[in-house]
Structures are given as C-alpha cells and as structure tokens.
Design a protein around this ligand. Sequence first.
Ligand code: ADP
Length: 448
Amino acid sequence: MFDTVLIANRGEIALRIQRGCRRLGLACVQAHSEADRDAAYVRLADAAVCVGPAPAADSYLNKEALLLAARASGAGAIHPGYGFLSENGDFARLVEEEGLVFIGPPADAIALMGDKISAKRAMIEAGVPCVPGYEGDLPPGAHALEIARSIGFPVIVKAAGGGGGRGMRVVRAEAELLSAVATTREEAARAFGNSTVYLERFLERPRHVEIQVVADGQGNAAWIGARDCSVQRRHQKIIEEAPAPDVPTQLLEEVGARCVAACRAMGYRGAGTFEFLYDEGALFFIEMNTRLQVEHTVTEMVSGLDIVELQLRIARGERLPFAQDDVRLSGHAIECRINAEDPRTFLPSAGRIGLWHAPGGPGVRVDTHVVSGYTVPQHYDSMIAKIITHGATRAEAIARMQAAFAECVVEGIRTNIPLHRELLADPDFAAGGVSIHFLERRGTALPA
Ligand code: ADP
C-alpha cells in the first residue's frame, strides 16, 4: 500500500491534505506551479515538484505533468483536493492505469455522476428524491413544449455536462422555451463539448442543503449529517453551516439512508456529497460532488470526524472505521469563506498581504495557507482562508464568528470580511434558513 501521496492541488486545501497525511504518518509531495513555488505550505511538505507555469491549464490541470511528478517522486497515490482535476473521470482512469491510487471514487462513479442526466437516473433508481423533470435529451419543437407543460412552468433548461453554475437557463413562459433550449444547447456544446440538455421544474425560493457521505467500496457506507450552504454569491457558496437549520430529522434520516443505498449501488468509494434543493419541506436532489468539499470542515466540527483522514484510510484499503449508528453530531458549526475580492463588486483583489493575523480561541478553527507577506496570485480562485466556529448552539457559533472577525487582520488587499460581518448581523440570517437568493436580494449597505 502507498506511503507517499502527491497533492495535486494548491492553497488551503493542499495544506489541509498535508495535515491528514502527517496524521497518518504518510509522506506528502506537494505539486505546485511556478506562481506557488515560494508559498510557505509548499515548504512544509516532505518534497515539492513544480508541474508547470502559473496558468492552471499548464500546471494543476496538466495530467501528464502530474503523473510524471508522482512517478518521479515515488508517490503511490494522488489526492486531487477540490476543483481542478478532482472530478475528472479521465484523470482518475489515467491514475488507475498508471498503477497509482486515485484518492476518490472509481473513475466509473465519477463519470456516472459527472453527467447530470445519468446521475439523476441513478438517484431515481435508488429512491433519492429528485427535482421533477425530464431526464433525457430534450426532443425538438412541439415535443419539448409538451414535456415542459407537463412539468409545469417555470422550468429550468440544464446542460447534462454543465457545472460551476454554468449551462442553465430559467424559462417562465411557453413562448421562450424553444429559443432557451437552442441557446443552452449551443453554449453547452462550446463549453462542455456535450450539447445534451434536459428540463427540471424551477424552484423559486429553495435552500441549498447537502448530505455528506463516506463509503469504503467494500459495502460499508454512512452519511454524516447535513449542511446548509444557501448564502451564495453568483452561485458560489460563501457561508456554510452544519446542521441545516430546521430541516426535519426524520426527512434527513430517510434521504440520508437513500444516499447511502445509492453509494452502495454504484460501488462508491471515498467521501462525497449529495446536493439538494430544500423547498416547502421537501428535499430534491440536484447533483452529486464526487470529492472533498470546501465546506467539509463544518461536518468535521459537529461530528468530530476527520474526513481527509477517512479518505486516506479508505484509499489505503481500510474499512470504514464506524457504522451509521456511531455517527454522533453535536452543537453547530459555521464556516465563512474569506475571499480576496471587493466585498461589493466581488471583483478579485490579488496582491501582497502585509500583515495577516488569524483569530483563535475556543471553538475557532482557521484553515488557510496565508502568512504575513504572502502574495495572492491572480491566476486562481480568490478564496484565501476559511474561518470555522463551533458552539453548543447556532447563536453561539455566530457569536464566536463575530468575535473571530473582531480579531482578524488582513492588510494590503481587499477581502469580503466586511460583507461577512454585515451578514452575521442580519436578522434574517440570525433566524436561520434563508433561501439561495438571500444575498443577491438583500444587497449590501457597504459604501462604494
Ligand atoms: P452546477 O453543477 O453548475 O453547480 P447545479 O445543478 O448544482 O449546477 O445547480 C447550481 C445552482 O443552480 C443551484 O445551487 C441552484 O442555485 C440553481 N438551480 C439548479 N437547479 C435548480 C432548480 N431546479 N430550481 C431552482 N434553482 C436551481
């Protein structure tokens, strides 16, 4: 079995994976681009390998370079983190063919879930509740209209190969349907190389609720509670929490058990997340993420489990070390994603951070690769840190987050911390259970 892991990712999640490896006595080799060469976390790894120039397409997405780095460094496994190649079934297959372990599900499971139509069909089969819709490539003209009528307007046209919030179009009136289908098809063919589109009922004010699962591929699987990630900007989450406020336990238990059954049915291995829209007391599956999520931390805080450690142990062929009944959740956890961006316009703000001071104290966790003097490169995602707080109650977790922000210092670049502070003081957020439109509808009082 492997004793060295190549980390094919960067930033805070690279450091998080290093921590998981060290915890198990595994050596870690950090893959990095030229832009990340001098980052402190790269030096913390047992070894570092440059896999290409700054643009991700030439480095963190460069499959050949990553495989070569693994071979050259004697790594027996590759952890892809999130984003980049983490949900690329072809890469997982190449890694497997190379005789290395891909720390994630089998390539087939990634491919099955990567196509939104096949994913939905598999879920329907496993009894996981889905958004009502048509799970097939839409037929042309009048047939499509008939299908949309039977689903009921408004509907959403979605690309089977879509992702990252792209390849979707809401249609409110019958007259708009066919042109929306044509435009989405064209965009999808260009962006994802797959012009297949399907239809779903459009839910007006849903919440985003997701269920964490972990499976060992040997028949053992469990779900580890739910998270609410409804506070989003441009379809990207910025605040996440566990548990999901006021979602009935019985509903979660029923759906959680179905997710576990789906994992068993598809031979799933590793950590994964079933994403749902929660509307009028019901959960509707939208997609599965076959990887570690940014927000896995809040689940760790309420469960006491180390999800990265579980990923590594499962990849080493171990069985899931606990059963469903052993999962105990306690208290409430919240995560705020700190982005290097203008808090009003969300425009990225790369540059050098002069002073970085992270908060601490009881119930406060900070996952970041940032140190004083760190330069945020312009080439990658703007997230630079995650602040996570835990409390006996949701109110306590929020109060601890407010105290944490009072201590946090980031000099030299703009961040979304002022927006977080405003949201934490918002009465609707404090009440719990805002919809995915909360942030875009409320706007911000921050000065221009
Ligand atoms: P992606 O893979 O691009 O993230 P998803 O299917 O997860 O696509 O959808 C992204 C977001 O789009 C959801 O979080 C939600 O905000 C919105 N959305 C998707 N499907 C629906 C729907 N049927 N009704 C309302 N909103 C939807």
